[in-house]
Each structure stands twice: as C-alpha cells, then as structure tokens.
Design a protein around this ligand. Structure first.
Ligand SMILES: Cc1cc2nc3c(=O)[nH]c(=O)nc-3n(C[C@H](O)[C@H](O)[C@H](O)COP(=O)(O)OP(=O)(O)OC[C@H]3O[C@@H](n4cnc5c(N)ncnc54)[C@H](O)[C@@H]3O)c2cc1C
Length: 462
C-alpha cells in the first residue's frame, strides 16, 4: 500500500521547519476549526454526530503503541521491506521502559543462568552498551541489566529516524476501523490535528492495554494488577548489598498479592520497597537509584482510579524520600523525578488462538509454533511462547504483542516483562510483514517461514 501524499509523519518532506521561518506567522485572521462536529446534548443524552474523518495516512503495517513491544514490532517489520507506521500517544518512545522508569531487564536468563532472550532484545542492549551511562550489569547472570531511561529514549528516537518507519507521536489511538466483515482496516487517532484515520492492511496492537483490539471487537479478559509509580532519587551514597530477589518479585511479595514462585538471587544496591524509606536499585547514572513500586491493585481502565493513584503515589514518593533524608548519611538525597506515566502492569489479556497456561510453562511445554522464549524465575528452566498467543481468536488483520497478549494471568505476569515484550513484538512485527508479502491473514502465516526470519534476526526459540 502506498503512503498518501498528505502524509505528515516525521519523515514527510518539510516537516522540520527552521525556527526562523516560524517567526511572524500569526495570521491575525479570526477563523473557526474546520470539520467541527461538537457533541450535542439532547434529551439528557450526549450524542456525537456521525461525520467523515480525514485520512491522515495509509500504510501496510500499523503499529499502535511505541513501547518495547511496539518499537520491536515496527523496526522488525520494516527490515523486511514493508511500509510500516508507528503511532504513540506520548512524545517519546519506550513506554513503561522510559516514561514508566522501569529500568531493570528481567527475565533474560533461564534458571541455569543461560540467556534465553536474544534477537531485538540483544540488539537493544548492544546499542545501550556503547553509550556512556547506558546500561550496567550486562552478562552478569543472575544479576539483570539495568539501563538509563534517557539513553533508551535517545536510542529509540535515533532508530526511528533512521529506520524508514513513519512515526506519529502525541497521537492517541481511540478506535478501530473495521470493514463490513469485521476485519480491521486501521485505526482512528486523536491528536492536536483533531480526529483522523490511518488506514492499514494489518494492525499490531502494542498499546499494552489492548485498546485497539478491544475497540475492534476482539474478545479479552479484563484483569487488575498492582499499579505503582516508579521514581529516581539522586545523591545516593548508600551501598547496601543485601541480597534481594528480582525487584518485581520482591515487591509483590511485600504486597502479598503474588501467587506464583518468584526470585533468582539478585544482589543489588539498596533495597526495593514502597514507602519505607529504602534506597532502591542502582542505575547507570552515578549516585542515582530507581525505586520500583508495587502499589495497590487497581483498575487501569478506570480514569478516576488512575487519577487517584497518580496523585497519591506522588505524595507517597515524596514522603518516602523525606524518610530517607532523615537517615544519617542520606541528608543530601533528593527526588530526581517521578515517572511521567503510571506503572500499569496488566489490564486486558487477549483471547487468542492460543492462551498460554501456567501448567504449560511450569512443565516446559514445547510448541510447534514457538516464536519466543522467556526465562521463568524459578518456575522452569525456560519456557516457549507460541505464535497463537499473538493472534485474536476471531477478528482478522490484527495481531497483539507485549503485555496484553493471550496468556493466563500468572503467565502474563512474566510475559509482560521487558525482554519478553521485545521478543513478542519482534515476532508480531515479522508476522505482520509476512502477511503483506504473502497476502495472507495473521492466522494463516507460514510459521516455519516466521521462525526462520526470527532466527535470521538473531532470536532464540529454544
Ligand atoms: C511498576 C512496574 C515495575 C516493573 N518492573 C519491571 C522490571 O523490573 N523488569 C522488567 O523487565 N519489567 C518490569 N515491568 C514490566 C514492563 O516494564 C512492562 O510490562 C513492559 O515495558 C511493557 O511493554 P509494552 O510495550 O507491552 O507496553 P508499554 O510499555 O505499556 O507500551 C505501550 C505503549 O503504547 C502507548 N499507548 C497506550 N495506549 C495507546 C493508545 N490508545 N494509542 C497510542 N498509544 C498508546 C503507551 O504510551 C506506550 O508507549 C514493570 C512494570 C511496572 C508497571
């Protein structure tokens, strides 16, 4: 599918206007917003009138959400030569891994400390490796690597600009576009440009919350998990080498909500906690720690709940740092930042062609359509993720990747972790590209071909 001449993405000619050319552009003319169709109040109901939407862009593969899964999907699809568009609601890429300040990369390793997630994940870590203060604790299993959020944002911006992927940031996916037979044909977005459509042959939902598959009518399970808010604190001199488990595991144990087994030993700097005045874990930035947080179980699809948590978590973090400042030796510690976005773990889980079960990962089930592998804390040496977990049970032209794929809650609690999202994103991106090249539906993708391409891009499939 060709790009529309009206395309206005980061790569569109003339999109970078010199500052000098912006001076004195105020027209002085009074105008009204074109294409207005405000909602109307009638009979006590608020009704949005039907209207035609401008088409912002046409693409072959549309990836919605620019977190770990979305960026992996977009770049991996583009490498196969298809036309790819990536849309993200915020002004930076990385999702929770940057805006959420989630900086630790679990679960790269099997129980035997063998790295089992490669491909795009390893590529990202290599890019972070060569940048100053980019990443620490590489190749030190069972210690997991920790990266810097700003370095990650830089890497992803650079990759986007050089990849040939068309990107739209500050653009929120609000609806699906479906054809008469229920097949997805793109998505509707809201931005400062108004409400616009992007038409696509295949849509990959990497929104983390399954916003687009839900809008398209795909079946899903709504789940609730702990919602936290991560922060970074500076001027940290405290070096507390008390052994902890992976911070996610330890956090949830404190909250008494985790149902599975957790934890490989992970020596760390400082301890991780909610509001107890602990010092968090080391980051690549000198004297800066990150404070993971479990937070209470919440409804990530309820704006009132999200608002309450945004506000209360910021107060809690402030009080946590104040407690820390009262500890002798930590007087100079300060709150560097609270994450721009809330730490939503899980909200929607797709009802896919296959739902990965806890029994399967515990028993090391092997799948003919394996497209990714994951370490599994203490559950099993490693486990396979089948392609069917990325494909909706019913709706066509649609794939999902990242934390909203088709898995039982306890499994999703692992497949939601950063390197696994990179792995499922890479698989979904390549699958989407194959749909374009082979003119087929996601459920009919030639899995052997997909697996070969994944291996060519460096993935480990067990
Ligand atoms: C508090 C917390 C601590 C964690 N700790 C760890 C850890 O220590 N180690 C680890 O490996 N993992 C950890 N995780 C898990 C991990 O960070 C995330 O699950 C993972 O980064 C998710 O990647 P994703 O791409 O699937 O989703 P996200 O990172 O959520 O990305 C989704 C992207 O889509 C965008 N988006 C959402 N909706 C829309 C829309 N409608 N339109 C357009 N764009 C949209 C978002 O802005 C975002 O950029 C933690 C998670 C939390 C919340």
């Amino acid at each position: 599918m060709r790009r529309s001449a009206a395309a206005g993405g980061l790569f569109a000619a003339g999109s970078l206007v010199p500052v000098s050319a912006l001076a004195n552009q105020a027209s002085g003319e009074e105008t009204t917003q074109a294409g207005r169709s405000p909602a109307k109040v009638a009979g006590g109901k608020v009704v949005q009138p039907q209207r035609e939407l401008p088409v912002l862009h046409k693409t072959s593969v549309l990836v919605v959400g620019g977190g770990c899964a979305g960026t992996a999907a977009a770049f991996s699809a583009k490498r196969l030569g298809v036309d790819v568009t990536l849309v993200e609601r915020y002004g930076y890429l990385g999702g929770l891994a940057t805006g959420g300040l989630v900086l630790g990369i679990f679960p790269l390793y099997s129980r035997e400390n063998k790295q089992v997630i490669w491909g795009f994940a390893e590529e990202m870590m290599k890019k972070l490796d060569v940048l100053k203060y980019g990443i620490i604790d590489r190749h030190k299993a069972p210690i997991y690597p920790t990266f810097d959020a700003e370095v990650m944002k830089y890497v992803l911006a650079d990759m986007t600009l050089s990849s040939g992927v068309t990107a739209f940031l500050d653009c929120w996916g609000v609806d699906a576009i479906v054809d008469g037979r229920g097949g997805v044909r793109g998505a509707v977005f809201e931005s400062k440009s108004g409400r616009q459509a992007i038409l696509a042959d295949i849509v990959v939902d990497c929104s983390g919350d399954g916003d687009i598959y839900a809008a398209a009518g795909a079946a899903f399970e709504k789940v609730k998990h702990n919602i936290g808010l991560i922060s970074r604190i500076g001027n940290i001199n405290e070096v507390d080498m008390a052994p902890t488990r992976g911070s996610e595991g330890l956090q949830r144990q404190h909250e008494h909500t985790f149902v599975g087994k957790v934890g490989t030993g992970r020596p760390s700097m400082g301890r991780v906690s909610d509001f107890n005045g602990h010092a968090g874990n080391a980051t690549p930035a000198p004297h800066v720690n990150w404070l993971n947080m479990a937070g209470p179980v919440g409804d990530a699809l309820d704006v009132a709940n999200l608002t309450e948590l945004e506000l209360k978590h910021r107060l809690g973090t402030w009080s946590n740092v104040s407690k820390l400042q009262n500890k002798p030796g930590n007087e100079q510690v300060y709150l560097t930042e609270t994450a721009p976005q809330l730490g939503v773990r899980l909200s929607r889980l797709l009802d896919g062609m296959k739902k990965l079960t806890y029994d399967e990962i515990q028993n090391g089930a092997k799948f003919k359509d394996v497209v990714a592998c994951s370490g599994a804390y203490a559950l099993s040496p490693e486990f396979q993720i089948p392609y069917g977990t990325l494909v909706p049970s019913k709706v066509e032209n649609l794939l999902a990747a990242g934390r909203c794929i088709s898995a039982e809650f306890k499994v999703a609690d692992i497949t939601r972790l950063i390197p696994v999202c990179w792995a499922t994103g890479q698989a979904a991106g390549i699958a989407a590209a194959l749909c374009i090249q082979d003119q087929c539906k996601p459920r009919n993708v030639n899995v052997a071909k997909l697996q070969n391409l994944l291996k060519q891009q460096g993935a480990y499939l067990g």
